[in-house]
Ligand binder design. Sequence first.
Ligand SMILES: [Zn+2]
Length: 145
Amino acid sequence: MQKFLEGKLEVLKRIFKQGHDLKVLWLPKQHRLVELGGERYLLSGEVVGSNIRIYESTKNKAIDTLVHEFTEHLIKEHFSKPYVMLLNVLTSALQSTAYKEQEEVIKALTEQLLKMPEVQKIIEKEVEPDCRDGTRTREGDKAEK
Ligand SMILES: [Zn+2]
């Protein structure tokens, strides 16, 4: 699984031409509990320094988390760092709201990203044969014959 995730991370780096300093660490069932503005969140993964830590144990959840954290890292690095710095001086309640909103946006972005044919094609290609779901039909199936 560690090697599998490392392969996927390389795919994401190639697609986005970003995040070349990132590494992935698979830490199954070591979910970290965080408290923000009085609410508790159980993390599926997080970026600590240049490590993407994945706490999910199943393959599908782990890959979703990897894409989510990779996307979140790029967005934070390039767009929201100044805003995060600003937010740090505001109340914890506001931080909690901002966190939730940010998570919603990243969730939507990740979902759309995973639907893109280009991404599916590349991710799919490197999926190990034992975890392929042969019962599903996809748009690309017709063209392949
Ligand atoms: Zn997130």
